[in-house]
Design a protein around this ligand. Structure first.
Ligand SMILES: [Zn+2]
Length: 264
């Protein structure tokens, strides 16, 4: 059996090598479908930089790359301003924001893998936003960049606040789903609602996602009904919101607003 396998490998060595390289590149592409585009934006940024882009860079000390569509940049500016007015610490660690235009997101070799509205990378604390984006997506990714910085220093583990048998509510393959696309993770009954004090099933798998998912909800408009559902939720919800305030992920006002809703 082994001899047969060995001679098969020897005979088809080149083909096997190519197949392995192909599979590896495919897996990487599925994981990071916009890799090449980001390199292109980085290389051409100084040539195509618009006035508005430079203004945002100066106002917030963040590099802006990618699509220079004016509407998208104006939205980005106002969302950054909104977060800055609320909790400036959330923006402190962002190094770069790359806006991916629709024509790239919709490409046949990008679209099937690009299931997220935004992503954050620890390399240069980069945020990638897919158009159209909103303030919640930006706040979510900003929370990731803040967490990249705080986690190593304080070894914080947010999910330790939640001591439930939550894992019974997840599919066994949920970590694999999380690896490829955080938005595709669901509870066993196919829902995604907040449960056991976690903001989502994705949040149950990583402190990192849980914090970001918590933070983005503080930027929801008309959020009364959303927060009201936590009235009968797990006690760890209170601890979580207090923790986010302590670590400067949310503002005192955001914290108090939510507790006011809960007490009504
Ligand atoms: Zn996330």
């Amino acid at each position: 059996m082994f001899k047969k396998t060995n001679s098969f490998i020897k005979k088809h060595k080149k083909k096997l090598l190519w197949a392995t390289a192909g599979l590896a590149s495919f897996a990487y592409h599925a994981f990071d479908p916009t890799f090449l585009f980001r390199q292109y934006y980085w290389a051409t940024d100084s040539i195509f930089e618009s006035k508005l882009e430079r203004k945002i860079e100066e106002d917030f000390k963040i590099d802006i790359e990618g699509d220079d569509d004016i509407t998208a940049l104006l939205y980005l500016h106002s969302f950054l301003r909104e977060i800055q007015n609320e909790r400036p610490e959330l923006l402190e660690h962002i190094g770069k924001i790359i806006i991916i235009p629709e024509n790239v997101s919709n490409l046949f070799f990008v679209e099937p893998f690009k299931k997220y509205g935004g992503r954050a990378f620890p390399i240069f604390n980069t945020i990638e936003l897919r158009k159209p984006f909103n303030v919640c997506i930006l706040a979510h990714e900003a929370a990731h960049t803040k967490y990249f910085e705080t986690s190593s220093k304080d070894a914080l583990n947010f999910n330790h606040l939640f001591k439930n048998k939550w894992y019974k509510d997840l599919h066994w393959y949920a970590p694999i789903q999380l690896f490829f696309s955080s938005s595709s993770v669901k509870w066993r009954d196919e829902s995604c609602e907040p449960r056991h004090g976690f903001m989502s099933p994705t949040g149950a798998l990583s402190s990192h996602e849980n914090i970001a998912e918590y933070v983005d909800k503080f930027y929801l408009k008309d959020n009364y009904a959303f927060w009201k559902q936590f009235k009968k939720q797990d006690f760890s919800f209170d601890q979580a919101v207090n923790y986010l305030l302590e670590e400067k992920f949310i503002s005192q006002k955001q914290h108090d607003d939510v507790f006011n809703i809960l007490q009504k």
